[in-house]
Structure formats: C-alpha cells, structure tokens
Design a protein around this ligand. Structure first.
Ligand SMILES: C[S@@+](CC[C@H](N)C(=O)[O-])C[C@H]1O[C@@H](n2cnc3c(N)ncnc32)[C@H](O)[C@@H]1O
Length: 233
C-alpha cells in the first residue's frame, strides 16, 4: 500500500507529471490572475541592473517563466518542497534555466537570505496553517530589499461559510465551462486535500501588521486573488 503524503511537497511529487496540463482549465481568468501578479511584481523593479526575484512554491516554474517574459534579465531563485515539481522547470524556462538558482525545501525553513527586489508566490502559501502563513510573511519582509515587493497569487477562503461554499460552487461552474472533466475535478480534489486557504482581508491585515506598506488586493474573482505589498523604502 502507498503511504498517504504528509506534506504538500510529498503530495505534489505525485502530481508533477500531470500538473501542467490542467492549468488553464482549472484556473478561471488565468491571464488576469497570473498577469496581475507579474504586473505588480515587475512594476517597481530596478531598471539599471538585473532584479533579484524569489518564487516561493515555484512548482514547475509557471510564474517564474511569466516573470522572465516581463524581465528577461531577472536573476531568479525557485524554491519548492517538491523536487519532482521543480524537475519540470528547466523545460519551461529554456535557456534562462542556466542562470536560475533552485532551493528544495520548506518555505519557512529554507527561505534564502536575499535581499530580493521581488518575492512572488502562486497557489502555494495556502498549504500552510495560518500561524505559519503569518510567520512566512514576516520572514519574507526581512528578505526583501528596501522598496522590494511581495506578491501572492492565491486561492483564498470566503469571508463567511456561505460565501466559501459559493466560491467552491463557482469554481466548479467556471472550470466546467473551461472544459474541466469529472476526472480533472477528482484529481484536483486530491491535490486540494491539504489546502488551508484564508480570507484575503485577513491576509492583507497580516501583511500590514508585519510592516508592509501599500498593501492591497490587486485582483480577485471568487476563490482566486492577487494581493501583496512593499517593504518600506
Ligand atoms: C499548486 S502548486 C503551484 C506551483 C506554481 N507556483 C504555479 O503557480 O503553478 C503548489 C506548489 O507549492 C509547493 N509548496 C506547498 N507548500 C510548500 C511549502 N511549505 N514550502 C515550499 N513549497 C511548498 C508544492 O510543492 C507545489 O509545487
């Protein structure tokens, strides 16, 4: 019998080969969601030198690749707890891969020193319990350069139980319209079995409490939100 995964990294190791195929079917408003994250992440990067960018829970490199499209000179570090997910990143990042750094480990234990001009993350931090999300937000702030930005493109919880149920229902409707099948939903349900999403309002408050400024939610459609803030210059 195969043992159940006990960490998100172990869980994603099992889905590494099928993860990429379903992305556009399973993330409604894919372009706006990732596009807003990249827009916020690259808005204030230094122009005169290669910006240093850390991607937390980088997986197969989806968000990293989009950052590189916007800033081909970026010096990228990809961190993930799943070595199997990271194994797919070179294929996605092409020639730029040779310039990238990878870190295999848990975000809280293995966060590189930096300083980074931007720290980005997509669909990863919701695997942490709320106290560890808050601890990570504080740690990320300490690894940002002054004026650096943190952007989290995330699955969030509804602010009430009834809205949270509505988020789930809307996700099923929207992804079915995008072509997701019962099999896609069943596989996603296993991947989402360790999800611990928190409401966007709480997470923005945690960022402000940690010391970020200009904290905002820059995009939101039901369960999918892009929020973040800057380290004071
Ligand atoms: C849904 S995938 C997202 C991958 C990529 N960011 C994207 O947008 O496609 C979540 C990733 O976060 C990683 N992850 C989850 N919890 C983590 C943690 N505590 N530390 C490091 N990586 C983590 C998983 O291994 C997985 O690769």
């Amino acid at each position: 019998m195969v043992a159940s995964p006990t960490t998100a990294g172990e869980l994603f190791d099992r889905f590494a080969t099928t993860y990429d195929a379903g992305r556009r079917k399973l993330i409604p408003h894919f372009e706006a969601f990732y596009g807003t994250a990249v827009e916020v992440a690259t808005l204030t990067l230094p122009e005169a030198r290669a910006p240093r960018v850390l991607d937390i829970g980088a997986g197969t490199g989806l968000l990293s690749a989009l950052v590189l499209q916007a800033r081909p000179d970026a010096d990228l570090t990809l961190l993930d707890a799943s070595p199997a997910m990271l194994e797919h990143a070179p294929e996605r990042l092409g020639d730029a891969w040779a310039r990238c750094t990878t870190v295999v480990g848990d975000a809280l234990d293995a966060l590189p020193e930096g300083p980074f001009d931007a720290v980005v993350s997509a669909l990863a931090i919701h695997h942490l319990p709320d106290d560890r999300k808050q601890a990570l937000y504080r740690l990320v702030l300490s690894r940002l350069a002054p004026g650096g930005v943190f952007v989290n493109a995330e699955q969030v919880a509804g602010p009430t139980a009834s809205l949270d149920a509505r988020y789930v229902e809307r996700w099923l409707v929207h992804t079915t319209q995008l072509g997701a099948t019962e099999h896609d939903h069943a596989e996603a349900a296993v991947r989402m079995s360790m999800d611990l999403p928190a409401p966007v309002e709480s997470q923005c408050a945690w960022l402000r409490d940690a010391g970020y400024v200009d904290v905002d939610c820059f995009f939101k459609s039901w369960r999918f939100a892009v929020f973040g803030g800057w380290r004071p210059a």
